[in-house]
Design a protein around this ligand. Structure first.
Ligand code: SF4
Length: 233
């Protein structure tokens, strides 16, 4: 997506640099084939990374072929992913997604996306049942290596507090805004995404952000005054 020259890209680069000094600079690597990443992302909704990994491993062990997930009773799929939480919601969602993919492509694979452009791949993914901008962006970035910014709860909260997106911007709308702001550099997007999450978990927490210990305090419009800021003033 073309970057809007009016956007505050310099501020984003400053934030990115500071977060990289704090948490390191994660390098992009493929997280797996697109279908695996898609199903893994569905499983990750409202649960931890550990529970997601457990649920995914159990699903693959119980149903070694994706076709088995479709043809099995939904309660069996739910039982296989129970450790990931919300199993009774996620199981039919996964089955519906797989059925839609098979209906569209004739096979249970998303390899058809490899030669596509970012916009076409996004459109295709978001047309699948239960797949929104965040899930699509995870597949686009983590598997296919497209410059797409997934906006999870941490990215959404920290971006709003930092003024990268307007306070009223929904998580869904934030995808378009942040994609435009970050531009076409996949490696920048990947590192920035991972470090915003790290910062959201460690410092800029939902209920009690540790502003006084935050390396972004002096450029954050939402930050409570820090000790350093007070000393410098
Ligand atoms: S200064 Fe506070 S609100 Fe701003 S990014 Fe840091 S922890 Fe979050």
């Amino acid at each position: 997506m073309k970057r809007n020259p009016d956007d505050n890209f310099a501020k984003l680069l400053d934030i990115d640099k500071r977060l990289a000094e704090e948490y390191g600079r994660p390098r992009w690597r493929s997280h797996g084939p697109p279908l695996e990443v898609l199903i893994g992302t569905v499983l990750s909704q409202h649960t931890s990374d550990v529970n997601t990994a457990r649920a995914f491993a159990s699903l693959r062990k119980t149903f070694p072929k994706w076709q088995d997930v479709i043809s099995s009773p939904t309660f069996e799929v739910a039982n296989a992913i129970r450790s990931g939480g919300l199993a009774n919601i996620k199981a039919p969602r996964i089955q519906n997604i797989l059925r839609a993919i098979e209906g569209e492509t004739g096979i249970l694979s998303l390899d058809c996306l490899h030669p596509q452009t970012l916009d076409r791949s996004r459109m295709w993914l978001e047309a699948l049942p239960g797949v929104g901008p965040k899930t699509a962006s995870c597949v686009l970035l983590f598997s296919l290596g497209f410059p797409a910014m997934p906006v999870d709860t941490h990215v959404h909260r920290v971006s709003r507090r930092l003024g990268l997106i307007a306070p009223v911007t929904s998580a869904n709308d934030a995808h378009r805004t942040l994609d435009r702001l970050t531009g076409p550099d996949r490696d920048l997007i990947y590192g920035f995404h991972m470090n915003l999450i790290a910062h959201g978990r460690a410092v800029c927490k939902a209920r009690s952000p540790a502003c006084s210990a935050c390396v972004l305090n002096d450029i954050c419009p939402s930050g409570a005054p820090s000790i350093h800021r007070r000393v410098n003033l």
